[in-house]
Design a protein around this ligand. Structure first.
Ligand code: HEM
Ligand code: SF4
Length: 535
């Protein structure tokens, strides 16, 4: 087994950003043995060794606020075809992730991406990750404020910034100016959300701030700082939060407790929201304006699919479902052509539900656009299952995985669609292939967490079933109701739950209301209806 790397001491010896010189060196001389410490730092450029560590890599590219144009998408698709066996996955942080990348091709890939203004710096590693945002920022008629301006400002400042390239762990910023909190501030290290507040007798628009959210094996929700920030005040405050995180040596002592969320909410080292707010004030040298907590929206988990009018008269956006986020290079190139032809700004936006939106479509082009999407194999009216199933990378490529997830997610969505052809009630299904939660199983209506179980004396892939997760006003992490359900029974288990929910529902209640109205034992019994005995 390869020796375990102590990443804190590696980072002291070499800054993660400096590894680009080594990447170039190894790429130029493929026979040169690669130092395991350098391999650990490749992540700063979005590069992760792919399972089973036999020379192929995953490469994640950052898409700030999920926003792209046709040229960029065409370049991304071309790279997938030329170097990544034609695969590109949309991720829950609005990025794309390639697979099958060889290190010798990385310099050319990075240069092709740079040519269209795209970077991979900080896509992985202990650094500021992609800044996520509301995918309908600037076009949503109902938004408080166009959050994409701030999202890009923050992304530009933190991307490749050597003052913040050695953080204790990954660091995630989310900005949404909409009324739905669709960019999930609750589960980001820094969550800025649109708000209105009366200042000097005048209603002003700006941002509220939450700090210290995150999923993983110990999910914690972000704590509201009870403040209101005008747009020009945000930068200084976020910088203070980032500096506090960077300088908190206590977090570097234990990598399993190194995220900012532990400094806020851990029973042992957590300082709590009030103290953290005071720490921000000490850094910026003046008090934060006090604002009582803003009400979090009830339904944050919109997916923006279908056809919607924009705030710009005569223009529309169209949200398109991509089951489990998996696309091909050819899909992306076709989509780029469609965006060029139908969108006045050639604008595409990835969503955190692993789907995408094409915006700026003139009304008179809508039906033609729908025809073009259909001809290219896209679905702008997918079933409730296909549109909302989210899957992590899983055992196909991930070294930490216990189970396969993408193919299963796709199959489960297909089978549920067949069994419930008329289904209209939302069911968000989130698959993760291990307890790390990359597929956000902790906030799914139904969360699937990969593991193993024995059936007839043989180990098989299985999932714990967690129910009732959501962000927003009723935020709650999904709770485990059933353990070790074999992967082969997952469609049946979810179908049992959905059928029982539909029978129970009398007045438009949500699936989570159904979950709340039952005990874990009752729900577990529903899950297991018809499950063959394990031996
Ligand atoms: C210690 C190991 C890891 C932990 C604790 C971890 C945890 C997480 C968490 C909590 C998310 C949250 C989703 C979000 O904030 O939206 C995430 C995202 C993600 N993770 Fe992991 N992860 C780990 C390793 C990996 C590995 C090895 C892969 C390889 C495939 C991976 C792939 C992803 C992807 C594709 C995303 C989507 C978001 C993005 O674009 O950044 N993760 N991870
Ligand atoms: S949840 Fe586990 S299996 Fe899935 S991508 Fe993350 S680390 Fe890999």
């Amino acid at each position: 087994m390869a020796p375990r790397i102590d990443i804190e001491s590696v980072k002291k010896r070499k800054d993660g950003l400096a590894v680009i010189r080594d990447i170039e060196r190894y790429a130029a001389s493929p026979d040169l043995p690669q130092d395991p410490e350098d391999i650990a730092l490749y992540r700063w450029y979005g590069i992760y060794q792919q399972r089973p560590k036999d020379g192929y890599h995953m490469l994640r590219i950052k898409v700030p606020n999920g926003q792209l144009n046709g040229n960029q998408l065409r370049a991304i698709g071309g790279i997938a075809n030329d170097f990544g066996r034609g695969l590109a996955d949309i991720t829950t942080r609005q990025n794309f992730q390639y697979h099958w990348i060889e290190l010798r091709h990385v310099p050319e890939i990075l240069s092709r991406l740079a040519g269209v203004g795209i970077s991979t710096v900080g896509a992985c590693g202990d650094i500021t990750r992609n800044v996520v945002g509301c995918p309908v920022a600037g076009i949503d008629a109902d938004e408080f404020i166009d959050g994409s301006i701030l999202a890009h400002e923050l992304a530009n400042y933190y991307s490749g910034n050597p003052h913040f390239s050695n953080l204790p762990r990954k660091y995630k910023i989310s900005v949404c100016g909409c009324r739905l909190h669709c960019a999930q501030p609750d589960i980001n290290d820094v969550g800025l959300y649109g708000a209105e507040f009366e200042l000097d007798g005048k209603l002003q628009r700006g941002y509220g701030l939450m700090v210290g959210g995150g999923l993983s094996t110990k999910p914690l929700f972000a704590v509201d700082m009870n403040t209101f920030l005008l747009p020009h005040e945000v930068f200084e405050v976020v910088k203070a939060v980032t500096e506090i995180f960077r300088d908190s040596e206590i977090l570097r002592a234990d990598r399993s407790k190194a995220r900012l969320k532990f400094l806020l909410s851990d029973p042992k080292i957590g300082v709590g929201g009030d103290r953290f707010r005071a720490m921000i004030e000490e850094r910026i040298g003046h008090p934060l304006r006090h604002a009582t907590p803003f009400r979090r929206p009830l339904d944050t988990e919109t997916d923006h699919l279908g056809i919607h009018p924009q705030k710009q008269p005569g223009l529309y956006y169209v949200g398109v479902g991509v089951t489990v986020g998996r696309l091909s290079g050819d899909d992306l190139i076709r989509l780029a052509d469609i965006a060029d032809e139908f969108s006045t700004q050639s604008s595409i936006r990835n969503t955190n539900k692993q789907n995408f939106i094409i915006s700026h479509i003139p009304e008179e082009k809508l039906s033609q656009l729908r025809g073009a999407l259909k001809a290219a194999g896209f679905d702008d009216m997918p079933s409730v299952f296909k549109r909302s199933v989210v899957s992590c990378t899983g055992i196909e490529f991930c070294n930490l995985a216990i189970t396969e997830t993408k193919e299963l997610g796709r199959r489960v969505a297909d089978e549920l669609e067949e069994r419930f052809p008329e289904a209209s009630k939302q069911l968000r299904i989130h698959f993760s292939g291990c307890p790390n939660n990359c597929g956000q199983n902790a906030i799914g209506d139904v969360g699937l967490r990969g593991g193993l179980t024995k059936v007839n004396g043989e180990m098989v892939q299985a999932f714990d079933i967690l129910l009732g997760g959501t962000t927003g006003e009723n935020r709650a992490f999904a709770e485990t109701v059933s353990k070790k359900i074999p992967a082969t029974f997952i469609t049946d288990a979810i179908a049992n739950l959905y059928r029982t929910y539909l029978g129970w529902c009398s007045n438009g209640e949500t699936f989570n209301a159904f979950v709340k109205a039952h005990t874990a034992e009752q729900l577990d019994a529903v899950v297991r209806e018809g499950m063959p005995p394990k031996e």
